[in-house]
Design a protein around this ligand. Sequence first.
Ligand SMILES: [Fe+2]
Ligand SMILES: [Fe+2]
Length: 449
Amino acid sequence: MSEGFPPRRLVAGLFGTLKLMQLYGRRHVATTGAVCSLAEAVREAAAEDGEARVAARGRRLQVNGQTMRARECGALALGYLAAEWGKRGIDQVRFQRETTAEDLETFIAAFLDVDVTRPEPAGRLAEALSAAKVTGIMVQRLAPEEREPVLLEERRESVMRAYLRGLRAFKEVLRCDGLRDRSRLRRARRAVQGVVDSFLEDESAVLALAQIRSFDVKLFHHSLNTCVYAILIGQRLRFSRRQLSELGLAALFHDVGKTAPRGGAPEEEERAHPARGARMLLEEGTSHEGMLKAAIAAYEHHAGADRSGFPRIPHEPHLVSRVVAVADAYDSLTAPPGPHAPLTPPDALARMLARKDLDRLLVKVLVNAMGIYPVGSLVELTTGETAIVQAPPAPEALDRPRVKVVRRGAGALEPDAVVELAAADGPRIARAVPAAAVFRSVLEHVSAL
Ligand SMILES: [Fe+2]
Ligand SMILES: [Fe+2]
């Protein structure tokens, strides 16, 4: 298909403008240039009918009723747009032929701005457009029953692939001498990028996967999950994509010093791993800015925000180290490496809030980002049923996420209806339940999501 095929140009224009505005913001010259080309693409695609319609049908994207093919438009752009439409519960967006570049700029900004973790994002997007007096772009929402199944299926698959890729790459890097092999290091970096990207795509799906590791508490999982929680905090601190990657890399390697034990007593080894890890990272990766931060975080992650930990340092730990310390603490408490029983997420968060060696503000950021009951975790309701948390709660009601009942009483697992805990007279969460008490395998846990 030629470059000039109007639906193709529209898809490329939407994809490019969304990505550029995400990367550079609204006023950057790259973004404004992309918005102008998008306006042209809309005019061309709307030439025949007076409007151009972009609709998502599951994984597929349709322009003017015609399904776009990966060969013509690129699988990445199509997948991204279909997923973003789906995330916002949008059925289709109709762009009138007369749509101006200013209107498109407003639309793209509002599209990126709308909080997808709260109910009815499509409706709120439409409201934002009418408040900004944009009349040439109509957002039509999906009927509620059409929304969730498609979304969960898609999310689970692509996000799980990125997560597992991360796990695999990291295992390879940590195998003996892994750090000396540059290509493995590169692969680890790419894997972190993949985790960051899938996180930006769908944060709750990645978090759900992090919940699942409690069956296997090996160092790989600990490192990758520390990476996931650190990215979550970084995102809430409005880190750029590049900063998120650096943070993710630092979190992934924070305990790398444990991979080269010298046979000392366990306590001695524990005390030695920060400096040892920093040395390993400095020896191998100084040419890369991200590796330098990783070395700092490896050295400082047990130093303590109040400097009560080890090693003793003469200054406040770097922000990256403090974020990694909070992420590390959360994963260590909810999936401890030793024989200790894991804490449930609310217990872990409560304990962390009371600790002086953790940056309290960052712990609060984590609580706010995850809710008290993270997506993928298990809870017992006041009705006696066991349920799995499916979606994060609204910020004003952190204790009331959306859940799905998986078991009634002591009976067998039975996937059941989704329960909104938001209703004033409805059931409440009585307590958090460890996943291992309900599921016998990771697969069972994943299938329940
Ligand atoms: Fe550590
Ligand atoms: Fe750790």
